[in-house]
Each structure stands twice: as structure tokens, then as C-alpha cells.
Write a protein that binds this ligand. Structure first.
Ligand SMILES: C[S@@+](CC[C@H](N)C(=O)[O-])C[C@H]1O[C@@H](n2cnc3c(N)ncnc32)[C@H](O)[C@@H]1O
Length: 192
């Protein structure tokens, strides 16, 4: 079997990938993460999806390519620079709303059980404020994080945060959690 996830990437992803390299944005989601997100998004027809940490929009492009016409995506970042790439390439798609805001404050303002899939790709909603993010998941909703496998550029002490997050998700009574050695290391949890 040939594992080539870039072959399945939408054209918008390729354009964003090129712009991401030109910009020098150094926190992009991997193609393998995008491929799984695309598949999971397709499993939530008519759903509401949330991405914390738009970056330049690589994962958003993948989510959109999996979503049906009735599914919506909110993608949030507090840095207008990289998010401008996502807006430039994807904003013509009426299913997506880009929000420029700090995720800490924004998460606290959202009604409970308002999303069917959350890709938590920023510190808030992942290493900080995990319960705030999980509060937003509907029953059957999926919570997804990447970058769980050790990376050489991790700052001192980051491994302990990763281990703590994995323990909290795996031990959570309301979640069915799977860890995957795939792409940068994924955890997918479903709310019971
Ligand atoms: C790993 S990158 C996201 C990559 C992106 N999901 C992709 O598909 O390539 C993390 C992003 O989180 C954003 N971020 C960091 N702190 C934040 C905060 N407090 N609120 C909102 N976004 C934040 C950063 O600006 C950065 O763009």
C-alpha cells in the first residue's frame, strides 16, 4: 500500500501549502492530519465544525473538502498574518467563517454542546482550557488534536504537557479516546 495523502488534498490545500512555504509559517498541520480531518468531516453531514488555530488554513481546506453543503466551519486564530492566507484562498466558500479572536475568551462565550467536531490546534482548548473546549462538543462529537508525537523543537517541559493532555483525554469518563501514531501523532476522542 502507498501512503500518499498529498494526492487526496484539494487544490485549495496546494495553493495554501505554497503560500505557507513562501510566508515561512512554521506551524503548519501535516498532510496526514488533514487527510484524517477530511474523512472525519465527511462523517458529520449537516454538522458544525470548529478549528482552534487557523494558521494559514491547511487543515481548514481539508475539513472543507470533506464537508457536505450543509456543514459549517468556524476557524479561529488570534494572528491576522497567517489567517490572511486562509481568508484569501477559502473565504469564497460560504460554509466557513474565519474569526480573529483570542481563543481563551471566545471559548467561554460559546453555548455548550454547539459543535460536532473540534480540531484543537492552538494552546487554548488543548493545553489550557481543555474543559472549555470539551464543553462545546455535542454527544457523538469528535475532539481531535495533533502534534502528540515527540518533536525535536519542543521547548523544555512540553512533553509533560502532552502526557498530561493524553492522560486527561484517555481517562475522561465521557470520552472514548484513541491515540494514533500517524502524521505528527493524533488523539481522537468521541463524546459519549
Ligand atoms: C499549529 S498552528 C495552527 C495550524 C493550522 N491548524 C494548520 O492547519 O496549519 C497554531 C495557531 O494557533 C494560533 N494561536 C495561538 N494562540 C492562540 C490564541 N490564544 N487564540 C487563538 N489562536 C491562537 C497561532 O496564531 C497559530 O496560527
Amino acid at each position: 500500500m502507498v501512503f500518499d495523502n498529498t494526492a487526496a488534498m484539494p487544490s485549495a490545500w496546494r495553493e495554501i501549502d505554497a503560500r505557507t512555504r513562501a510566508l515561512g509559517f512554521d506551524m503548519p498541520s501535516e498532510a496526514g492530519t488533514g487527510a484524517i480531518l477530511r474523512t472525519l468531516a465527511a462523517g458529520k453531514p449537516g454538522g458544525g465544525l470548529l478549528e482552534l488555530g487557523t494558521g494559514t488554513g491547511l487543515a481548514a481546506a481539508c475539513l472543507l473538502s470533506g464537508m457536505d453543503a450543509a456543514t459549517t466551519l468556524v476557524s479561529l486564530d488570534n494572528d491576522a498574518g497567517p489567517q490572511a492566507v486562509a481568508r484569501a484562498v477559502l473565504d469564497g466558500d460560504a460554509r466557513v467563517t474565519f474569526v480573529l479572536a483570542d481563543a481563551h475568551a471566545w471559548l467561554g462565550e460559546q453555548p455548550a454542546a454547539s459543535f460536532d467536531l473540534i480540531f484543537a490546534d492552538a494552546m487554548p482548548g488543548k493545553y489550557e482550557g481543555l474543559d472549555q473546549a470539551l464543553r462545546l462538543l455535542r454527544p457523538g462529537g469528535l475532539y481531535v488534536v495533533d502534534d502528540m508525537s515527540p518533536q525535536p523543537n519542543w521547548p523544555e517541559g512540553h512533553q509533560a504537557r502532552v502526557d498530561d493532555l493524553a492522560d486527561r483525554l484517555q481517562g475522561h469518563p465521557d470520552l472514548a479516546t484513541t491515540t494514533l501514531q500517524w502524521a505528527s501523532g493524533l488523539i481522537i476522542a468521541a463524546r459519549r
